[in-house]
Structure formats: structure tokens, C-alpha cells
Design a protein around this ligand. Structure first.
Ligand SMILES: Nc1nc2c(ncn2[C@@H]2O[C@H](COP(=O)(O)OP(=O)(O)OP(=O)(O)O)[C@@H](O)[C@H]2O)c(=O)[nH]1
Ligand SMILES: [Mg+2]
Length: 338
């Protein structure tokens, strides 16, 4: 009940933020998703401002407040008033998640280079020049690798497994895929293929790599959390594994689903035929018992049914693919010389 009251409170408040800002073009955009980080947003902005003043580049910081229930939004409003044109704020009506928050920031940011950063003061703005230097080398996406990592083993161990699995299955060898500190060239976030939903924000490097963008990693300092609480938990880890399976499927067989389901169906069906063939031969030649008395018969039948189902699923997926086909999404152009 208190949650419903909370939601209705936010809905009736006037939305004070413009959807698109009449700001001038900037060189660097920082998209910072925040959820209940009221003690962190101001120190983060101040650290960023000091670092960026040294770089002499125009910049904007877009905070995306994901329905925080503390005073985050009030803090952000103050910052916005103090630094108009530099601090921009997007406030969601309720919590929608980190991926939608980043998507909202991406769709509004103006910089040629876009950074994402956590809003919990754990990422160090001192690293910004290193990200820029790596992009200069010709990379399109640079991902931070927290090194040395200062988290407890309860966090680093699952993370190691997850990163190892992602690296092994996708061929994108990053050590710290979940790190929120990343820098992107604008082309990546504008790529029509970058469809971010669920918790897919962490897989952007995989999708970008698959689209032919050049992905690199640099070691970054990080700090323990001083204020606020972590939103990381076991559930996020479990969801990460499911999302990984999804991303693997999308980046490998999305284009040709029957190539995935076809062989799967064929081999399953064949296994069923072999099992039942064995059952028939054994009862006829050796045990002289009716085949319906043998449980293996039903395993064989099930395998055959599954096999057919897989093939039908493959055909249906091909149908979806056929109707969703867009020729301009079949490739990704780096350069054109006319
Ligand atoms: N918009 C939005 N931001 C989120 C959400 N969950 C976490 N964040 C933000 O993402 C950043 C990282 O969140 P943390 O809770 O610190 O997660 P973490 O860094 O993986 O975990 P710790 O190392 O334990 O802090 C912070 O800026 C959070 O405010 C969410 O559901 N929505
Ligand atoms: Mg954190």
C-alpha cells in the first residue's frame, strides 16, 4: 500500500523537465543513472567538474533519476539550477531499471563521446583522460575494468564466474563486463541495432562487437561505497545468466533461427528413432516381450515429438524473421567514400 501511495504522489507532481534541451552541442556527455543516491550526486558532479575543467572540453552531465524515494531529485534540481546547461536531469515516474535509464540518457545526450558512470562515487573521474586516449587509438567503445578490485569475495567470486562465462561464450574478452564506467563513440548509441531492454545495458560491448565496432578495456581505479546502499544482489546475478543466454542467441542465430533449431530438431528426432529402433529390435530378437511394456519406448516417442517441435519452432522463427526483415539492419558501415 505505501508503495501505491508513493507512486500516485509522483504521478501528480508537475513534470518540470524538458524532454529535449535547447542546449548547444557539447563534446562529452556523461549519463549517470541514479537510484537513491542523494548523498552522492553533488560530490560526484563536483569531482567531474574539476576533472573536466582541466580537459577544456564542453560537456553535459545527464542524471537519470529512476524514481528515487529519497531526496535525490531535490539534490539534482539544485544542481540543475546552479549549473544550467551543464547538469540535465531526467526523472522517471517510478523505478523502471538501469537499462531504461541509460536509454533515456542516450536518446537525449548530445556529445560525440558519451560516458556512462555510476552515481555512487565508486567510479573515479580521474580516469576520463585514459578513456579518451584509448578512444583516440581508434576504438569505438572503452570499458572500465576495476583493478585492483576492492569488493568482498561474495561479490568478486560470482562476478569472476560471470565474466569468464561471457568471455568464453561470446569471444569478447572483457574482465569486468558489469562495470558501469564506459565510454562510447556516438555511432554506437545511435546504431539502430542496439535495442536495449531488460538488463541489456551490460551487454552493449558484446552487441557492439558483433556489429563490428572496436571494443577495448582499460584498468580503472574504483572506490568503496561511502554513502548509500548497494543495489547489487543474487537476483541480479541470476538474471545476468538468463540475459547472457538471450544475448548469445540474439547475436548468433537471430538472423538464421532455423540453423539453430533445425539441427537441434534433427538430432533430437534421430535420437528418438534410434531409441525406439533399439526397443523394437530388442523385443523382437532378445526379450520377446511386447514393446509397450518397455518404458524406453516412450522416451523415444518423446524425443521424436521434441524433434518435430524444434523444427516447427525454427520455421516459425524464420517467419518472424522474414516479416521483421529490414535491409538497412543487415550490415553496419564504418566509412563510405563517394
Ligand atoms: N536508474 C537506475 N539506476 C540504478 C538501478 N540500480 C542501480 N542503479 C545505479 O547504478 C549504479 C550502480 O549501482 P550499485 O548499487 O552501486 O551497483 P554496483 O556498483 O554494481 O554494486 P556495488 O559495487 O555493491 O555498489 C548507481 O549509480 C545506482 O544508483 C536501477 O534500478 N535504476
Ligand atoms: Mg556501486
Amino acid at each position: 500500500m505505501p508503495q501505491i501511495e508513493e507512486i500516485s504522489k509522483t504521478v501528480i507532481e508537475p513534470q518540470t523537465l524538458p524532454v529535449s534541451s535547447p542546449l548547444q552541442k557539447v563534446a562529452l556527455s556523461f549519463v549517470v543513472p541514479v537510484l537513491n543516491e542523494d548523498m552522492n550526486v553533488r560530490p560526484l558532479f563536483e569531482k567531474l567538474a574539476v576533472q573536466l575543467a582541466g580537459l577544456q572540453q564542453t560537456y553535459e552531465v545527464i542524471f537519470v533519476d529512476d524514481g528515487s524515494t529519497d531526496t535525490t531529485f531535490a539534490m539534482l534540481t539544485k544542481l540543475h539550477e546552479e549549473f544550467p546547461g551543464v547538469v540535465r536531469v531526467i526523472r522517471f515516474r517510478r523505478q523502471f531499471g538501469k537499462t531504461p535509464a541509460l536509454v533515456a540518457g542516450f536518446s537525449r545526450c548530445q556529445g560525440e563521446i558519451v560516458f556512462t558512470m555510476d552515481g555512487d562515487l565508486q567510479d573515479d573521474p580521474d580516469e576520463i583522460p585514459n578513456f579518451l586516449a584509448k578512444l583516440e587509438e581508434g576504438y569505438d567503445l572503452v570499458s572500465g575494468w576495476k583493478f585492483p578490485r576492492l569488493d568482498p569475495i561474495s561479490k568478486t567470486f560470482p562476478s569472476k564466474i560471470f565474466n569468464g562465462l561471457v568471455s568464453f561464450t561470446t569471444g569478447v574478452h572483457l574482465h569486468d563486463i558489469n562495470n558501469g564506467f564506459k565510454a562510447y563513440r556516438r555511432e554506437i548509441i545511435e546504431d539502430s541495432h542496439l535495442k536495449l531492454y531488460g538488463d541489456f545495458h551490460r551487454f552493449v560491448p558484446i552487441m557492439a562487437h558483433w556489429r563490428g565496432f572496436r571494443v577495448a578495456e582499460i584498468k580503472v581505479k574504483h572506490h568503496p561505497r561511502t554513502y548509500g546502499v548497494s543495489k547489487f544482489g543474487a537476483r541480479r546475478f541470476a538474471r545476468g545468466l538468463i540475459d547472457l543466454l538471450n544475448v548469445l542467441f540474439l547475436t548468433t542465430f537471430l538472423r538464421t533461427p532455423l540453423r539453430f533449431f533445425g539441427p537441434l530438431g534433427f538430432w533430437t528426432f534421430l535420437a528418438g528413432v534410434l531409441v525406439d529402433g533399439f526397443v523394437v529390435l530388442r523385443s523382437y530378437f532378445f526379450i520377446h516381450e511386447p514393446i509397450h511394456n518397455q518404458p524406453s519406448l516412450f522416451i523415444g516417442i518423446l524425443l521424436m515429438i521434441f524433434g518435430v517441435q524444434f523444427i516447427v519452432t525454427g520455421l516459425q522463427s524464420e517467419m518472424v524473421r522474414h516479416y521483421a526483415f529490414r535491409s538497412d539492419e543487415e550490415y553496419s558501415i564504418r566509412q563510405e567514400l563517394d
